[in-house]
Ligand binder design. Sequence first.
Ligand code: CP3
Length: 353
Amino acid sequence: MHSIKNTRLLDVLNNKPVDRTPIWIMRQAGRYLPEYLETRQRAGDFMTLASTPDLACEVTLQPIRRFSLDAAILFSDILTVPDAMGLGLYFAAGEGPRFKNPTRTPEDIKQLATPDPETELRYVMDAVRLIRRELNDSVPLIGFAGSPWTVATYMVEGSGSKEYVHIKKLMYGDENALHLLLSKIASTTIAYLRAQADAGAQTLMVFDTWGGILTPRAYQAFSLHYMQKIVTALRESHASIPITLFTKNGGMWLPDIARTGCNAVGVDWTVDLRDARALTQDRVALQGNLDPGVLYGSRVKIKEEVHRVLESYGAGERHIFNLGHGIHQYIDPDNVEFMIETVHELSPAFHAD
Ligand code: CP3
C-alpha cells in the first residue's frame, strides 16, 4: 500500500477537508523554466523529450523540485493519441503541432487505426511508472488526455487553427463521419486513461481546449457527450479514481459538465468562481482560475489577484488553485514561486481549521 504524504489535492477531489487550498499549474513543466529548455535542447526536439521515459520523468519533476506544489502532472501531450493512430505528429520550430497525415475525408476516418495504448503508447506508461517511483509518494501524479472533440480538431485541421474551416465543414457536412471519428478517439482515450491509471496515475484530467468554439447544442453532441462516455467508462473500471474535466470557454455549461459524474471542473478566468460555485452547487470541486497574464504583474498585483480568486471561491473545501489556462513561456519563474507562496499564506483563512 502506498500512502501519499501530501494528500491535499486528492482530499479536495474526494470532498475531504484540507488545511489550505492545494495548488498546481497547468503546463507547470514547460518553456518558462530554464531547466526545461536545457533538457529539451539535450533531447533535440519535443517528441523525443515526450517519448523518452527518463527525459519525460526529468521534466515532470523539475517544477516539483523548484516549487512547493501539491501535485505533479505527467509530461506528455494530448496529441500523442492521434500520433499513435497513425497521423505522424511533429513540431515545426515556432509553429506548434502539425500532422503529416491529417484526417480529412470519411475514407480517412474509416481507415483510422484504434491503437492499443499498452503497446503503441507504452512509453507513456513507462514514464508514469518511473515518475511514481521518483516521486516516492511525496505528491500525487495527474494523468491526462485531450477530449475527443479537441483532439479531433487537431486531427482534421492538421495543426492549430483560428477558423476551424475543415472540422466545421465536416460537422455541418457529414455529421456521421465526425461521430465515427469522435467514437474512435473516445475508445482509444478510454483505453489510454485506464492504462495510465493502471501504471500509477492517481487522478485523471481531460482537457477540452476547443469545446468553447461550439454552439450550445453542438457542444452537447460533439464534445460533452464524448467526455461523458469517458467518465462513465472510467467509473466502471476504476470506480474511485478522481476525474477532472476542463472546457476552456465553457463557463455557461458548468452545470452540465458537473452532472457527468466527474469530481472536479476546471474553470478559465472568464468566470467568477462565486458564479461557478453557484452554478455547480458544490457538487464538484472547482479548479482555477487566475489569469496567467497576472504573472506579468508586480508582486503587489499578483497578491491582490490571488486573493481575489481565493475570495471569489470563498470559505469551503472544494477549491483547487490553478491558472485559468496554461502558463505562458515568457513568465518569470520567480513570480510563479511568489504566487505559490501567496496561496500558501492566504488560503488557510478560507478553511475550517
Ligand atoms: O501541464 C503540463 O506540464 C504537462 C504537459 C502538457 C503539455 N501539453 C506539454 C507541452 C499538457 C497537459 C499538454 C496538453 C495540451 N497539448 C493541450 C491541452 C491544454 C491546453 O493547453 O489547452 C493542447 C491543446 C496541446 C497541444 C499542443 N501541444 C500545442 C497547441 C502545443 C504548442 C503550443 C505551445 O504551447 O507551444 C503543444 C506543445 C507542448 N506541449 C509544449 C509543452 C510543454 C511546448 C513545446 C515545446 O517545448 O516547444
